[in-house]
Design a protein around this ligand. Structure first.
Ligand code: BJW
Length: 254
């Protein structure tokens, strides 16, 4: 990020009345959580995440799918929020204390934004630390240790299983999360897309919606994405380095 870009983004942030931030797996990468498309290491190197993250895969092979999710769930409990998460929590405090509105939309399922102090986080794709009964929908938060049996049996209904409370391809996003996202995107004047490959819908469409309604759009990503050419500022960098600089510059001396 050059200094001019940093100054312009910081100025837009300081002057914004309504800020929306959409985050993806890249924001948690510096905490040691592999991104969705990089999550296939070790035992999982021969699997395709696009195929495992589906109701069809769970139906066909619940043992493999729940083992994969449980290994990711256990890892999430061992990591900590990084400076990118902390900067977004600080951004929220600054925008709100100046009387503005701030909404954090996340595609991440790791709860690291909550642990960094962000409030009102809209979880578009659910949470991996919560699992739910396939029959009753009742939810449970298993302890941080690995589950003992795969697929895990539901404690709520005989013969039912537990599955992660995440949104798989082909499933609907939680209605309240979509409603909150639609409201926030429709009325924001500054939109950040951070650490997401911007290919999974409906989240991938929010930046264009915000832009069509007159918001300025900032992208922060290690790599180029399908969004990069259509935004007002495209910053190539790591979110854990770029976000703290943006927040620091926006309120320097305040
Ligand atoms: C860094 C970095 C660092 C790394 N700093 N950057 C419209 C058009 C076409 C298709 C559809 C459409 N509407 C719906 C669909 C179908 C489908 C879809 O979008 N398919 C596409 C693949 C084409 N969407 C759905 O099915 C959704 N449901 C839905 O819309 O229901 C209605 C409907 C159904 C069917 C048809 C039509 C309508 C549900 C989507 C659920 C997504 N779920 C997952 C799994 C969650 C559980 C789990 O984690 O296993 O969510 S998939 C996966 O992708 C996960 C993520 O949240 C999501 C986004 O990934 P993300 O976060 O962007 O991660 P990566 O790994 O892709 O990218 C990381 C990025 O970070 C990279 O760009 C790096 O460069 C960058 N990076 N380090 C900054 N330090």
């Amino acid at each position: 990020m050059n200094d001019r870009q940093l100054s312009e983004i910081a100025g837009a942030l300081r002057g914004a009345r309504s800020v929306v931030v959409l985050t993806g797996a890249g924001v948690s990468a510096e905490s040691g959580v592999p991104t969705f498309r990089d999550a296939m290491d070790g035992l999982w190197k021969d699997f395709d995440p696009m195929k495992l993250a589906t109701p069809e895969a769970f139906e066909a092979d619940p043992e493999t799918v729940t083992r994969w999710y449980d290994s990711r769930r256990v890892r999430v409990h061992t990591v900590k929020p990084n400076p990118g998460h902390m900067a977004l929590a600080e951004m929220e405090r600054r925008v709100r204390s100046a009387g503005g509105s701030f909404t954090l939309l996340t595609q991440n399922v790791d709860r690291l934004h909550h642990r960094a102090g962000s409030t009102g986080v809209v979880e578009l794709h659910g949470s991996i630390v919560v699992w739910r009964c396939t029959r009753t929908g009742r939810k449970v938060e298993p302890p941080p240790e690995p589950l003992e049996k795969f697929p895990p049996e539901s404690p709520f209904a005989p013969g039912a299983l537990l599955r992660p409370d995440v949104v798989w391809f082909g499933e609907m996003l939680p209605a309240e999360a979509v409603a909150a996202a639609d409201r926030a995107v429709a009325s924001c004047d500054l939109f950040f897309s951070v650490g997401t490959s911007a290919v999974v819908y409906p989240a991938a469409g929010y930046a264009a919606l915000a832009s069509a309604r007159g918001a300025k759009v900032v992208e922060i990503n290690r790599d180029e994405t399908p969004l990069s050419r259509d935004v007002d500022w495209s910053v190539r960098g790591l979110s854990g380095e770029v976000l703290p600089q943006v927040v620091e510059r926006a309120w320097a001396g305040a």
